[in-house]
Ligand binder design. Structure first.
Ligand code: NAP
Length: 308
């Protein structure tokens, strides 16, 4: 059987692509990864997804999206994609259990994962004061002191954003020079609520039930101090999940899939949506939006095949 569409990934983007292509009678197969739901499974309250004035828990929102996709006939396989072959038509997608499926179109919605520093306490306090998304969690720190780690544009942007809520933001960076663009640096430096701790690395997040501070080592003096804070934001970049597509479609130097503004990749019939092609917005609602676009583009592409 040659499928109409295989969707890879089950975050907001993949689920939305599934809802749209299932409703278009394309009987999509969605290959979800080890767990359905993507990055929102790791957050608690989502307050900025339109339609939920009281907010909604990330996992609850994803369960609803999955049900909506299944309601219209999406088939879901809870496994990984291990290999793809886009060099021949129909395309081939091989899963971790060794099954190879053929499809006329593929939508890649494998997302991106936040990079973590790699200290054990960071995991322990994840969702209890440790976050990798200021836009998602910043509003919980009204009047509180928070810390941000990183020296790129993301760290500058998140620090600035957090000053809308926090009383003080300490930006911790491992060098004394920033990788961030000058304009973003200048903006952060001009913000009176942002303090800088340079040549410094976090050694341990400390607290009881939730974060109370972070132990920081100065890499030049080796002196260790504890910075009190209730929020600890890791902003050292994201890694798009594109390893299996590396030799099959065009990626940008950071590993994001290159699309043409209409979710089309350089391979006709292969589309990409959500964080795997978007390093800029990375929001649930934008991921859902591009998932919808990819499904409509896949439908359009399938129609063009039938006309030949
Ligand atoms: P990035 O530019 O790669 O910067 C990552 C930062 O985190 C670097 O300063 C790096 O330090 C630090 N870092 C990496 N690993 C670390 C570790 N284990 N411990 C401590 N620090 C660590 O990533 P990004 O800031 O996410 O930006 C990614 C891309 O998106 C860039 O091209 C950026 O321009 C773009 N972006 C643009 C905007 C905007 O224009 N509005 C906003 C956000 C992002 P070192 O410098 O020492 O390596």
């Amino acid at each position: 059987m040659i499928r109409n569409v295989i969707i890879i990934g089950s975050g907001c983007s993949g689920c939305t692509a599934a809802v749209y292509s299932a409703r278009a009678n394309l009987s999509p197969l969605l290959i979800s990864g080890s767990e359905i739901g993507g990055q929102l499974m790791l957050t608690s309250d989502v307050e900025n997804y339109p339609g939920f004035p009281k907010g909604i828990l990330g996992p609850e929102l994803m369960e609803s999206m999955q049900k909506q996709a299944e309601r219209f006939g999406t088939e879901i396989w809870t496994e990984y994609v291990e290999k793809v072959d886009f060099s021949k038509k129909p395309f081939e997608v091989t899963t971790s259990s060794g099954k190879t499926e053929q499809a006329h179109t593929v939508i890649i919605s494998t997302g991106a994962s936040a990079k973590w520093i790699g200290i054990p306490s960071e995991k322990k306090f994840f969702g209890k004061g440790v976050s990798a998304c200021a836009v998602c969690d910043g509003a919980f720190y009204r009047g509180k002191e928070v810390a941000v780690v990183g020296g790129g544009d993301t760290a500058m942007e998140e620090s600035n954003f957090l000053t809308k809520f926090a009383s003080k933001v300490t930006l911790i960076h491992r060098r004394n020079e920033f990788r961030a663009s000058k304009i973003m640096q200048d903006r952060a430096k001009a913000n009176p609520k942002i303090k800088f701790m340079l040549d410094s690395v976090p050694e341990e997040v400390v607290g009881g039930e939730t974060v109370e501070g972070v132990k920081i080592r100065n890499v030049k003096t080796n002196q260790v101090s504890t910075l009190p804070c209730t929020g600890f934001f890791v902003a050292i970049g994201h890694q798009p999940n594109t390893k299996v597509f590396k030799d099959q479609i065009k990626l940008d130097p950071n590993g994001y899939i290159i699309t043409d503004g209409r979710t089309r990749t350089n391979v006709p019939g292969v589309f990409a949506s959500g964080d795997v092609m978007d390093s800029m917005y990375r929001q649930a609602v934008t991921a859902a939006g591009t998932g919808c676009m990819a499904a409509l583009e896949a439908e359009r592409y399938l129609e063009s095949l039938n006309h030949h």
